[in-house]
Write a protein that binds this ligand. Structure first.
Ligand SMILES: Cc1cc2nc3c(=O)[nH]c(=O)nc-3n(C[C@H](O)[C@H](O)[C@H](O)COP(=O)(O)O)c2cc1C
Length: 333
């Protein structure tokens, strides 16, 4: 097994533990919808459908990026992909770097021939010959879009992480302008703020996934993997570094009126999904909540999707919102 695969296995085991979830809950608990005691709707009237990348989806959430699917990730990806196909929910792959470097077969399209599949690469892998790598990532899974992840905090805490972030924006710009599919840039749990968002939009990006603080904490996970006492001491004050998702959505919307936003980071249920839509997101993503079901079975992932969708419908009912457009302006205290 390669070092990258070992690291990915550690990540999966640690991400399952509650102790590596940040305490802020993304700021979602600070927000309250006005409870509409007179919904004037039947629950069955409520419509959660929307479009994502020009294609229909059953509800405004996607399975967030976790594994590229090699080694132990393969079974996780099979369960996620089959559920995505069945439920008409998009699925983001985790980093495809290891699979591409090792020339491994990526099977996601065998399990999800029609689902919206998002490819994934780390931004620092694109600094040199990025366009070629990005094209291979897209072609290998017939991706509908490519996600590029920004994770400078994680790389600092990770043993031997990438510490040279020069020319990353230029590499992203080249991809955004030259690839045949849309590019989405995301963080991994510290959040994309208004200034970074503005730089990305100016570079040609139309989609940003916020991936704010409050859910899976990569500083905490990497700290648990780092045995150097010196590096642990340096990293300690950064465990809570980052910006909460619920704070970032309005700030990024204010800075970039035209950008499409995916609300993510600490989204844990259908109420959080609704709050993201109310704060201006077009889509949302959940990663860690799908991990335990994905280790179990395709049916477990399908059930998780159905529960999230039903929670969203209840929230829409209790805010008197028949569709997502109405939800986006539902009264909030
Ligand atoms: C086990 C695991 C592996 C992940 N691997 C990747 C990855 O390869 N690429 C990526 O962009 N994000 C990756 N992430 C980050 C998630 O996509 C997400 O941005 C982050 O976990 C915050 O969302 P959450 O609070 O819903 O987990 C991973 C998350 C988990 C839990």
């Amino acid at each position: 097994m390669s070092n990258i695969s070992n690291r990915k296995d550690d990540h999966i085991q640690l991400a399952l533990q509650d102790s590596h979830q940040a305490s802020t809950r993304g700021g979602f608990d600070r927000l309250l919808f006005e409870h509409i005691a007179l919904p004037q709707l039947a629950l069955s009237d409520i419509d959660t459908e929307c479009e994502f990348l020009g294609l229909p989806v059953a509800a405004p959430f996607l399975i967030g990026a976790m594994t590229g699917g090699c080694d132990n990730g393969e079974i996780i990806n099979q369960h996620l992909a089959e559920a995505a196909e069945h439920s008409q929910i998009p699925m983001a792959l985790g980093s495809q770097r290891a699979a591409l470097e090792q020339g491994l077969q990526q099977n996601v399209r065998r399990w999800a021939p029609n689902a919206i599949i998002l490819g994934n690469l780390g931004a620092t892998q694109l600094q040199q010959s990025g366009l070629d790598l990005a094209e291979r990532a897209i072609e290998s899974v017939a991706a509908n879009a490519l996600i590029i992840h920004l994770n400078p905090l994680q790389e600092l805490v990770q043993p031997n992480g990438d510490r040279d972030w020069n020319y990353v924006l230029e590499a992203i710009q080249t991809c955004a302008n030259q690839l045949s599919v849309p590019v989405i840039v995301k963080e991994v749990g510290a959040g994309i703020g208004p200034n970074t968002a503005r730089q990305l939009v100016d570079a040609g990006l139309q989609w940003i996934e916020i991936a704010g603080r409050g859910g899976t904490s990569w500083a905490s996970i990497e700290l648990a993997r780092n045995s150097s006492s010196r590096e642990q001491q340096i990293a300690a004050p950064f465990v809570n570094w980052g910006m909460d998702t619920a704070d970032l959505l309005p700030l990024v919307r204010h800075a970039c009126a035209e950008v499409n936003m995916i609300g993510s980071g600490a989204v844990r249920d259908g109420v959080d999904i609704a709050k993201c839509i109310r704060l201006g997101a077009q889509m949302t993503a959940l990663a860690q909540p799908f991990l335990a079901p994905a280790l179990e079975s395709t049916q477990a992932v399908i059930e998780k999707i159905e529960i999230l969708q039903e929670q969203l419908r209840w929230t829409m009912f209790l805010t008197g919102s028949q569709n997502l457009e109405a939800l986006s302006s539902a009264p909030m205290l």
